[in-house]
Design a protein around this ligand. Sequence first.
Ligand code: 4NP
Length: 151
Amino acid sequence: MKILMVCLGNICRSPLAEGIMKAKLPKNFVVDSAGTISQHEGEHPDARSIEVAKNHGIDISEQKSRPITAEDLDTFDRIFCMDLNNYQDVVSMAKNDAQRKKIAMILVEAGEHAEAEVPDPYWGDKDDFEAVYQMLDKACSIVADKILDKK
Ligand code: 4NP
């Protein structure tokens, strides 16, 4: 099973989602992340995401930003988006229903309302990054349990 986490820049939210989800699933699961823009390609995650993950015992410092590709919609089994814009951008890349069915908003998959979004903390402060961490930690626990068919 291969899971892809998607946000805009792939430097704040989806690197955290990747690190958190990796920590919750067995090693045979592939968890990766990507952005809908290529502006930060090759960059490590934002220092504030690295710091908040480190505070919770997760190392995301080696990750590197990359843009989502058309192949990702074939390669990955599930694609979880952080907000509605990311979701619409990825859905617009889908070539068929099989690809479309793989794409979801992560908070919706975790049982929240249909437009629930992980807010972009890029222009915010450390507390915004901690809030995103907490939101993703809770959502990834629920989604990992669903994937592992515990619920
Ligand atoms: P992310 O945050 O989508 O969570 O990685 C952002 C990163 C970069 C930008 C915006 C949001 N940016 O405008 O460059």
